[in-house]
Design a protein around this ligand. Structure first.
Ligand code: GUN
Length: 286
């Protein structure tokens, strides 16, 4: 069983981007810039956003972090997004999710200029992805696809089971897989007899965040597991499948599995940087 960390692919992506950004910044007389909006003080969200800011700095993207208090009103947030939409020097806009309950997530996402929507969450980008047109692809699914490519795992005709149907991961992941000619099944919290589906998976992509969700006996021999889920179990970070105490059992059935933590996470951040650069290039090349 090969345990895959995402750090080396993420480094490769960042090194290549750093060179391209240096060249483009000379050509266009400015660096790409990404606005990151964090509302509230959720510790996990803060950590994610800090990682994104640090990664921007590594490759030469200018991060503009807006840390707003939990009490920020929906109108105040809308006003900020609108001003960033209008700001020609801002290339990408990211609103970290989840938002506090008094703010309508869809209203905010829909207010982002779809050309600056680095997360690919705006209905315009979702529609384009779904209809097979060139679109801004959500970062985690984009990262998963990059990883599968780097591992030379072909998707054509494979049975791929995606667990989780979120707008950030499950749904766009399924669309991307279809584009690659995989046979895709989406399972979720209401799926009865999950094992029937997981046993049939040549490739299993799980993005739930629930430890012990998928146990080794539920897997097909030689499966490739992409573990996007992250949760804590006895004080340790574990995946939906990946569990340090279960490695010997997994070894019996799994051919490749991504580590948790340090598997898909770093690649997702690298994909965000790629999206920012692509948007910047597109905006300045017109
Ligand atoms: N919260 C958890 N992951 C993400 C992400 O990729 N983008 C945004 N905007 N919020 C998140």
């Amino acid at each position: 069983m090969k345990i895959v960390k995402g750090t080396s692919l993420a480094m490769e992506i960042k090194e290549s981007l750093k060179e391209k950004i240096a060249l483009s910044s000379l050509q266009f007389h400015r660096s790409p810039s990404l606005a990151l909006i964090l509302v509230g003080s959720d510790e996990q969200s803060k950590r994610y956003v800090q990682k994104k800011v640090a990664a921007c700095e590594e490759v030469g993207i200018v991060p503009r972090l807006f840390s707003l208090p939990e009490t920020t009103s929906q109108q105040e947030l809308l006003n900020l997004v609108t001003s960033l939409n209008d700001d020609t020097a801002t290339d990408g806009i990211l609103v970290q999710l989840p938002l506090p309950p008094h703010i309508d997530k869809n209203l905010i996402i829909n207010s982002i200029d779809s050309q600056k929507d680095v997360d690919g969450l705006h209905p315009f980008n979702i529609g384009k992805l779904t209809s097979g047109q060139e679109a801004i692809i959500p970062c985690t699914p984009k990262g998963v696809l990059s990883l599968l490519r780097s591992l030379h795992i072909s998707l054509k005709g494979k049975n791929v089971v995606v667990i989780g149907r979120s707008d950030l991961v499950g749904k766009p992941m399924a669309q991307l897989l279809l584009r690659e000619n995989a046979s895709v099944t989406i399972c979720h919290s209401h799926t009865s007899d999950l094992e029937t589906f997981t046993r049939n998976a040549d490739i299993l992509i799980s993005a739930v965040g629930q430890s012990n969700l998928i146990l080794p006996h539920m897997l097909k021999k030689d499966v490739v597991v992409i573990d996007v889920g992250i949760s804590t179990c006895n004080g340790r970070l574990v995946g939906d499948v990946f569990h340090p105490e279960r490695l010997s059992e997994l070894e019996e059935v799994v051919s490749i599995i991504t580590a948790v933590p340090g598997g898909i996470g770093p690649i997702t951040v690298a994909a965000l940087l790629e999206n920012t650069f692509e948007i910047y290039n597109k905006r300045l090349s017109i």
